[in-house]
Design a protein around this ligand. Structure first.
Ligand SMILES: Nc1ncnc2c1ncn2[C@@H]1O[C@H](COP(=O)(O)OP(=O)(O)OP(=O)(O)O)[C@@H](O)[C@H]1O
Length: 626
């Protein structure tokens, strides 16, 4: 029989599995049971929605059986099965989701990383077995097929006899080499029971196993007999239907991993049980790290949706607004119809109600996390804060009130992320605005000349380093009655007599500014004396609604419409450079143009804006150096 090759990616992963030194090899049981349970879910759903299929609750189960002599562990399920083509494509190709492709070549060396990050499903079997046989008969098919593989060399598929629909996976367990490589444990009933209890207790179908025990003989004291019992080894009650008081953090964490919601440790979970107009239970998780594709169009938000314990949708996006798209988990409602179609789902009033309530719950959890464990909240915010800021900005700001208390920004005085409420609390008595500065990094903002005078007043400045920050704040307009003000805005919003006197322009100064304005026509709307500069000779400020930072962001958009900020070139009249400028203005008017262009270009550079003509700029600099 011809051997078929695995796809290249799959082969590499398989190699890793075979040679795995992953300490938690036992998770292969969880992976196979989870696949079996998914397959039964599909079958169950079909039986409930298709009258031609009769079903019995007792028809659905997963069975583990052990043959110690042959070193075989077999996992049987009564799920929907796989056709020949499905065996070939589902088990011959891995990482359809692209998760593996995402991992760079060099990151693939360590199997632990892959298992830890993505889980590897079916392939985990190769961590403990050197032969894997999958016999399967798909629903509606006459024939059954067998997939067989001894590892990375490839696999074969052939026709076999199998009466019932479903799948049977047989693992020939590796020989134990030493104590550290104890594979025999996976043929031990007690160990298997412990593993199932640990990872798969909440699977809703019975996981059966014949369990051998020594029991006292009836009527005969001190004598024992071997009894083989067919036992269901999981409790079968889905975790969300259990009483919260009975569950530990560990249970919720295991469930998160079992469900593959993520391979991190969730920062927070919430278990909701509502008995109102619409009854439902939900378990929601706030992850610690963003999935690799979170900020891309590939990411699909949504919660699992169950109708009274039956999975009807893997990802129901209508249960989560975009700004909370990082939330993982499930909703189960006995009031939802099983036959709910996609279109209906979108318009379902019941789902809207659930969504509204979940938003409230998630917000409460986040506030609780912020107040109770700032470090964790900060981790959360570093991963998902950008999404919250998008949330403030999008939909014409209609969700800003829900989100404004969840925002954090880096503070110049506290040197850490702070909330807006904290900023307000610290505001000086004479301070009317919430000041912010924009730039690429905190370090660059720190050095911006425009921040000098605000800093000198002792006012705290929030640093905006995300593209979305200023857009979000413009949408928010105010917090607790205080408006936001950029340190680069034309009017800084405070009077300072000393500064005013010191920066009064003389008639001579005005003549220089007029000349400079003429030279920079079309580039700046004004040239004027600066009230904010201390140690720097020049800077740009802006007037109007579009800031310089916003201009930068907008210019990178695909549909860039050339929107420009109204820029003002500010001159520090106490600086030596201005004295030099005055001198050439009096003696060598031609040089004024060179000086002006240099100063303008330097102001652009400080802002992180491109210079229009770098060659003529460098020529200008060389000219004055000569
Ligand atoms: N017992 C089974 N019955 C029916 N189909 C199965 C069974 N086991 C695996 N499959 C099919 O093989 C596919 C691949 O399984 P695998 O465990 O590798 O990945 P997955 O379950 O899709 O992803 P993940 O395990 O990362 O959630 C499954 O999606 C499913 O279609």
């Amino acid at each position: 029989m011809a051997k078929q090759q695995f796809e290249a990616e799959s082969k590499r992963l398989l190699d890793m599995m075979i040679n795995s030194i992953y300490s938690k090899r036992e998770v292969f049981v969880r992976e196979l049971i989870s696949n079996a349970s998914d397959a039964i879910d599909k079958m169950y759903y079909r039986a409930l929605t298709d009258d031609s299929i009769t079903f019995n609750q007792s028809d659905y189960y997963i069975r583990l059986s052990v043959d110690k002599e042959k070193r075989q562990l077999t996992l049987t399920d009564t799920g929907i099965g796989m056709t020949k083509e499905e065996l070939e494509s589902n088990l011959g190709v891995i990482a359809k989701s692209g998760s593996l492709a995402f991992k760079k070549e060099n990151e693939l060396k360590d199997g632990h990383d892959i298992i830890g990050q993505f889980g590897v499903g079916f392939y985990a079997a190769f961590m403990v077995a050197d032969q894997v046989t999958v016999k399967s008969k798909a629903l509606g098919e006459e024939q059954a097929f067998q997939w067989f593989s001894e590892g990375a060399e490839g696999f074969t598929i052939e026709l076999v006899e199998k009466d019932d629909v479903g799948t049977e996976i047989t693992l020939t367990i590796k020989q134990s080499t030493d104590e550290d490589d104890d594979f025999d444990q996976f043929l031990d009933e007690n160990t298997l029971q412990t593993i199932v209890k640990k990872y798969s207790d909440f699977i809703r179908y019975p996981i059966k196993m014949e369990v051998t025990t020594e029991q006292p003989k009836e009527d005969e004291e001190d004598e024992f007999e071997t009894v083989v019992e067919d036992k269901t080894i999981n409790s079968m009650v889905p975790i969300w239907k259990k009483n919260k008081a009975e569950l530990t953090d560990e249970d919720y964490k295991n469930f998160y991993n079992e469900k593959h919601y993520g391979f991190d440790t969730p920062l927070q979970h919430v278990h909701v049980s509502v008995d109102g107009n619409i009854r439902y239970q939900a378990i929601l998780y706030i992850p610690e790290t963003a999935p690799y594709n979170y900020y891309s169009a590939d990411y699909e938000k949504g919660l699992e949706l169950y109708s009274n314990g039956v999975l009807i949708k893997n990802k129901a996006p209508e249960l989560l607004p975009d700004y909370f798209s990082f939330v993982k988990g499930l909703v189960d409602s006995e009031d939802l119809s099983l036959n709910i179609s996609r279109e209906m789902l979108q318009h379902d009033r019941q789902l809207k109600l659930i969504e509204k309530n979940l938003v409230k719950k998630v917000k409460q959890e986040l506030v609780k996390l912020f107040k109770g464990n700032r470090e964790s909240y900060q981790k959360f915010f570093e991963a998902f804060g950008r999404q919250l800021k998008y949330g403030v900005y999008s939909d014409f700001g209609q969700n800003k009130d829900t989100l404004k208390d969840l925002l954090l920004f880096y503070s110049s005085t506290e040197e850490k992320l702070v909330s807006l409420a904290e900023y307000i609390e610290r505001m000086k008595d004479d301070q009317a605005f919430i000041y912010y500065a924009t730039g690429e990094t905190n370090a660059r903002i720190e050095r911006l000349p425009q921040t000098e005078v605000v800093r000198d007043k002792g006012y705290e400045i929030l640093y905006f380093t995300d593209d979305i920050d200023e857009f979000a704040i413009k949408m928010l307009t105010e917090y607790d009655g205080k408006s936001f003000k950029s340190v680069s805005s034309g009017d800084l919003g405070f009077e300072d007599e000393e500064v005013d006197q010191a920066t009064e322009s003389t008639e001579d100064d005005k003549a220089i500014f007029d000349k400079m304005k003429e030279i920079l026509k079309g580039k700046v709307s004004d040239v004027r004396v600066s009230k904010r500069l201390k140690s720097h000779p020049v800077c740009l400020s802006n007037e109007g609604d579009i800031s310089i930072e916003m201009e930068k962001v907008l210019s990178m958009m695909p549909d860039n419409q050339g929107v420009q900020a109204e820029k003002v070139l500010e001159i520090n009249t106490h600086h030596d450079i201005f004295t030099a400028l005055k001198a050439v203005f009096a003696t060598d008017e031609a040089k004024v143009e060179t000086y002006t262009n240099i100063l303008y270009n330097q102001a652009l550079l400080i802002e992180g804006l491109p210079i229009e003509d770098p060659v003529s700029y460098t020529n200008d600099v060389w000219a004055v150096m000569k």
